[in-house]
Design a binder for this molecule. Structure first.
Ligand code: ADP
Length: 252
C-alpha cells in the first residue's frame, strides 16, 4: 500500500497581513508548512518574503491573520517563547564565534537557552555532559573533519553549515532559513543543499531562496509571493509552468 497522505502541518498561517503606515507589505497569506518537507518562499525583491519571516517568527506583529505552531495559536506570543516551542530562524554567520572551533561553537550553542536575546552563558568548562550531543550534531552535519578547526578558518559554505548546526542545537521542529546559499560558489551550494535535505528528514524547513535550481532540486513545496500576496503555490513543476509566475519573474 502506498501512503499518499501528506505529512502533518506543523506551521500554518491564515490570512496573514502586515501594513507599514498604510502601505500593505503582506496581505492574505495562507501557508501550510509540513513536517519533513522543505518549503521554499520565493518572489521578486520587495515581494514580502522577509516580512513573512518576521511575522512567522514574531519579530513583527501581524496587522491581520493568525499563525499556529503544532496546533497552538502563537499569533500573540513573543519571539523567544515561539523559539522555545520549536520555531527557530537561522541567523547570519555573525552568530558563530570565529575564534572558537567547530566543536566549541556547537557546545556554546547547545547550552544557550532557546532565548534569542539572552547574553548569559554558563562557562564552557561546565559543559562536558554536552559533548555527546555536540559530537552527534557534528557527525550528522558532516563536520567531523573540521571539528577542531576555528570557525574563522572554515570555507564560506562550511561556515553556513556550522551556523545551521548551532541552530539545530535548539532542536527546532520548524527551521526557517533566509537565503542559506547566498553568495556561495557551486561546490558550497551543493554541500549546503545536501545538509538541508538531511536536516529536513526529521523537521520542517521553510527557506527563502533565489537559486531556482536549488528550489527545484530539494524543495517539496513552493510558495511564490508577489507584491505581498501569494501568486502561486504547489510543487516546483506546477509553479514553474504557471504563466503568471513566468511573467512575474521575467518582468522583475
Ligand atoms: P522581500 O524580502 O521579498 O524583498 P520585504 O519583506 O523586505 O520583501 O519587503 C516587502 C515590502 O515591504 C517592500 O515594499 C518594503 O519596502 C516594505 N517594508 C518592509 N519592511 C518595512 C518597514 N519596516 N517599514 C516600511 N516598509 C517596509
Amino acid at each position: 500500500v502506498i501512503d499518499t497522505a501528506e505529512p502533518r502541518v506543523v506551521l500554518a498561517a491564515r490570512g496573514l497581513g502586515r501594513d507599514f503606515l498604510g502601505f500593505t507589505a503582506v496581505n492574505n497569506v495562507d501557508l501550510d508548512v509540513r513536517h519533513a518537507q522543505i518549503h521554499a518562499l520565493i518572489g521578486p525583491n520587495g515581494a514580502g518574503k522577509t516580512t513573512v519571516f518576521n511575522l512567522l517568527t514574531k519579530f513583527l506583529p501581524p496587522t491581520r491573520g493568525t499563525i499556529t505552531l503544532m496546533g497552538t495559536d502563537i499569533t500573540g506570543m513573543r519571539p523567544d517563547v515561539v523559539a522555545r516551542m520549536g520555531l527557530v530562524r537561522s541567523f547570519q554567520i555573525s552568530a558563530v564565534f570565529p575564534h572558537l572551533t567547530v566543536l566549541e561553537n556547537i557546545r556554546v550553542a547547545l547550552q544557550r537557552p532557546a532565548h534569542l536575546h539572552t547574553q548569559f552563558w554558563r562557562s564552557l568548562s561546565s559543559l562536558d555532559s554536552l559533548n555527546p550531543r555536540a559530537e552527534a550534531l557534528i557527525a550528522d552535519l558532516g563536520l567531523t573533519p573540521w571539528r577542531d578547526i576555528r570557525a574563522a578558518d572554515l570555507s564560506y559554505g562550511r561556515k553556513r553549515v556550522l551556523e545551521i548546526a548551532t541552530t539545530l542545537a535548539l532542536d527546532p521542529k520548524v527551521l526557517l532559513l533566509d537565503e542559506p546559499m547566498a553568495g556561495m560558489g557551486h561546490e558550497d551550494v551543493h554541500t549546503v543543499a545536501e545538509i538541508i535535505r538531511e536536516v529536513a528528514r526529521t523537521r520542517a524547513v521553510l527557506m527563502v531562496e533565489h537559486n531556482l535550481a536549488v528550489v527545484e532540486d530539494i524543495c517539496h513545496h513552493v510558495t511564490v509571493l508577489q507584491r505581498g500576496e501569494i501568486l502561486a503555490q504547489g510543487d516546483y513543476a506546477s509553479v514553474a509552468s504557471d504563466p503568471r509566475v513566468r511573467t512575474a519573474y521575467m518582468g522583475s
